[in-house]
Design a binder for this molecule. Structure first.
Ligand SMILES: NC(=O)c1ccc[n+]([C@@H]2O[C@H](COP(=O)([O-])OP(=O)(O)OC[C@H]3O[C@@H](n4cnc5c(N)ncnc54)[C@H](OP(=O)(O)O)[C@@H]3O)[C@@H](O)[C@H]2O)c1
Length: 337
């Protein structure tokens, strides 16, 4: 049986959920690929790094196993692993330091998986070309709509189709806030409820101001439409200016307000728009309640193809599955079975 060794750069919510899912799917990996997956390196900003070429028992991992002197780049350079999984927090304005972590691992000939949309929104083409030059896999399914197959869908099942447009609700937090406001809850209380349920950050401005949605739209357009834009190229309006009166007025006209993302080409140039939009009651967008999201991919040969992410508990498993599905892709592409 072959062993595939994994380095986890970042071990927070997603890293831990992924490590747990890997243990749950050990039998599946053995049966489907005749492979044992071992996590051989882990690092966090605060704790430093932990390395064991024989495999780290993540179920019994304690803080004293970490060495503070080992940072991400040291682990990437010195660790014994085949796949680096980048799970550090996003910097929407630069894509760093995640991009540097990914560059470094790709240059060393390692496969890379990431759930961090920063590098895809800022440096996708460079990283994709580097992976191709090095003959390794570079996967990022969880960067948009978690484990819902968006990139994998287009790569595997819509092969040969040209993607001309993408449209959807890509940010769960703002959709939740707008849904709560429709029930008469104030903006502030809706944000507080989202925090209580655990999916709204202490600083919710990246969601509310439309930056997170812009980064996701950028990532989708860069990958699916082969353009080269960054989040600052998106025409962006957040939901901070949406009032209860706006919501009531929309309702009175049989409409709802949703934060819609749209990416298309105009005279051959990429245009990305994120803005609160009046949508007709009964349309697909109005059926997305709470933390649900969707994307419609418009193609030349198939017209629109839509995928929906429905709320699920525990929500973090959606993201962990996105990472696991990328690992299965790496195995499919690189391990004989
Ligand atoms: N959570 C979700 O539902 C979700 C969904 C889709 C995509 N994502 C993306 O997945 C990534 C991880 O999310 P998360 O929720 O797991 O974040 P998180 O809970 O904040 O964990 C981030 C981890 O990265 C570590 N870290 C930060 N800076 C680092 C550095 N320079 N070098 C090494 N480690 C570093 C942190 O260490 P310390 O704790 O020691 O600071 C922590 O272990 C993010 O890019 C996020 O945007 C998350």
């Amino acid at each position: 049986m072959e062993t595939i060794r994994i380095a986890l750069i970042g071990y927070g919510n997603v890293g831990k959920a992924f490590a747990d899912m890997l243990l749950r799917k050990e039998g599946f990996l053995r049966e489907a690929f005749d492979v044992k997956a071992e996590i051989t390196a882990i690092c966090t900003r605060r704790l430093g790094g932990c390395m064991d070429a024989e495999g780290i028992n993540t179920a019994a991992l304690t803080e004293d196993k970490f060495d503070k002197s080992l940072d991400a780049l040291t682990i990437i350079d010195a660790g014994e692993y085949d796949v680096m999984i980048e799970l550090t927090p996003i910097n929407i304005m630069t894509g760093m330091p995640a991009t540097e972590h990914i560059r470094r691992a790709l240059r060393l000939g390692k496969h890379v998986i990431t759930a961090n949309k920063g590098p895809i929104a800022w440096h996708y083409r460079e990283l994709k070309n580097l992976a191709e030059e090095q003959g390794v896999s570079f996967c990022y399914e969880a960067t948009v709509m978690d484990g819902v197959p968006v990139y994998n869908l287009t790569k595997q099942n819509l092969m040969g189709c040209r993607i001309t447009e993408v449209e959807g609700i890509l940010n769960a937090t703002t959709n939740f806030i707008l849904t709560e406001m429709e029930k008469g809850v104030s903006f502030e209380d809706a944000v507080e409820e989202g925090r209580r349920q655990g999916f709204v950050e202490a600083d919710a401005s990246m969601d509310i101001d439309g930056w997170d949605a812009s980064a996701k739209l950028t990532a989708l357009m860069n990958v699916l439409m082969d353009v080269e834009i960054t989040p600052v190229d998106i025409r962006r309006t957040g939901i901070g200016g949406v009032t209860p009166e706006d919501i009531e007025e929309a309702k009175a006209h049989g409409k709802r307000i949703k934060l819609i993302c749209r990416g298309f080409l105009e005279d051959g140039k990429p245009v990305g728009i994120v803005e609160p939009t009046l949508v007709e009651e009964g349309s697909l967008a109005t059926t997305m309640m709470g933390t649900a999201s969707y994307v419609t991919i418009v193609t030349d040969l198939m017209g629109g193809v839509t995928v929906i992410e429905e709320p699920f508990e525990p929500e973090i498993d959606h993201t962990a599955y996105g990472v696991l599905s990328d690992l299965l892709r790496v195995l499919t592409d690189n391990v004989a079975h």
